[in-house]
Write a protein that binds this ligand. Structure first.
Ligand code: C2E
Ligand code: CA
Ligand code: CA
Ligand code: CA
Length: 279
């Protein structure tokens, strides 16, 4: 039987595009990832650059694959989107993140927030508002502790319905951030219609902030725009002290990146909080 299995495998490998086959295997594994307890949220601390205090965390999904090891979300989130698995995964992510922030806030008597990434399918083809409402109720988390990160390109897909969904989320009291700001095709004129709290400057602009004049210009324009529109700015991917100083000096409120901390598994992040908050 083992040989037959191997032959079947070879047959498929020969007859199908290798990449497609790879994807099918991965997709099949992904179907079981949630029930087999292979998904895990890591948390990356977000720093208030002006006061140097931790203000919250971004939840980042990890898949511990039994044979492949840690699979990048860049690989499996698109797959989860295509297959619709993102809906059940997304609800699990929201619930886990809310429970976790409650635990940390209870331990330290803080009001830290947690930012959760929302993908296009979750946002457009499914009642996200209802799900968020349900999860907040079940976990007893104050709505303002939850921030949803929504990419610019996702919003541009259907602007009118995006605005409606955002309005409903805003009414619940959750905070909304535009992720990967500047990388999409958004028209700035829409920005004022979006009920958002903050913009996230993409890592690609932070990387060469000190050497590339156009990246610096984009970062600075984002900061100027946000300031005029009363929005907060979060810079992501800060790896060097010089990048942090640059952003801090230009009034960027929040930042995250390896310089401050890598995304951490719960146990390590709990340790990070204890060192930071109980001194
Ligand atoms: P993103 O939302 O733009 O997340 C930022 C990415 O940059 C994360 O990669 C993070 O680990 C990484 N990062 C943060 N600071 C630094 C730094 O200083 N240096 C470097 N080199 N990288 C840094 P990650 O965790 O691999 O996630 C990649 C993307 O996958 C995310 O991009 C997001 O679009 C998506 N993703 C991750 N978790 C989730 C999730 O729970 N739901 C959804 N829908 N998407 C997710
Ligand atoms: Ca994000
Ligand atoms: Ca990004
Ligand atoms: Ca560049």
């Amino acid at each position: 039987a083992k040989d037959a299995g191997r032959n079947t495998y070879k047959f498929y490998e020969r007859s199908m595009n290798l990449k497609t086959h790879e994807l099918l295997l991965l997709e099949n594994d992904l179907r079981h990832a949630l029930s087999r307890d292979q998904l895990e949220l890591y948390y990356q601390p977000q720093l208030d650059l002006q006061s140097n205090c931790i203000v919250g965390f971004e939840a980042l999904l990890r898949w511990n694959h039994p044979e492949r090891g840690l699979v990048s979300p860049l690989e499996f989130i698109p797959l989860a989107e295509e297959t619709g698995l993102i809906v059940s995964m997304g609800e699990w992510i929201l619930r886990s993140a809310c429970r976790q922030i409650r635990t940390w806030n209870e331990e330290h008597g803080r009001q830290l927030r947690v930012a959760v990434n929302i993908s296009a399918r979750q946002f457009h083809h499914y009642d996200l508002v209802h799900c968020v409402e349900k999860v907040l109720e079940q976990t007893g988390v104050p709505t303002e502790w939850l921030e949803l990160e929504i990419t610019e390109s996702l919003l541009m897909y259907d602007i009118q319905s995006s605005i409606e969904t955002m309005m409903r989320l805003k009414k619940l009291g959750v905070r909304l951030a535009i992720d990967d700001f500047g990388t999409g095709y958004s028209s700035l004129s829409y920005l004022k219609k979006f009920p958002i709290c903050s913009l996230k400057i993409d890592k690609s602009f932070v990387d060469d902030l000190l050497t590339d004049a156009s990246d610096a210009a984009i970062a600075e324009s984002t900061l100027a725009l946000a300031s005029k529109m009363d929005l907060m700015v979060v810079a992501e991917g800060i790896e060097q002290q010089e990048q942090l100083d640059y952003l801090q000096q230009r009034g960027c409120q929040f930042g995250q990146g390896y310089l401050i901390s890598r995304p951490l598994p719960v146990a390590q992040c709990t340790q990070f909080c204890r060192e930071r908050f109980t001194e």
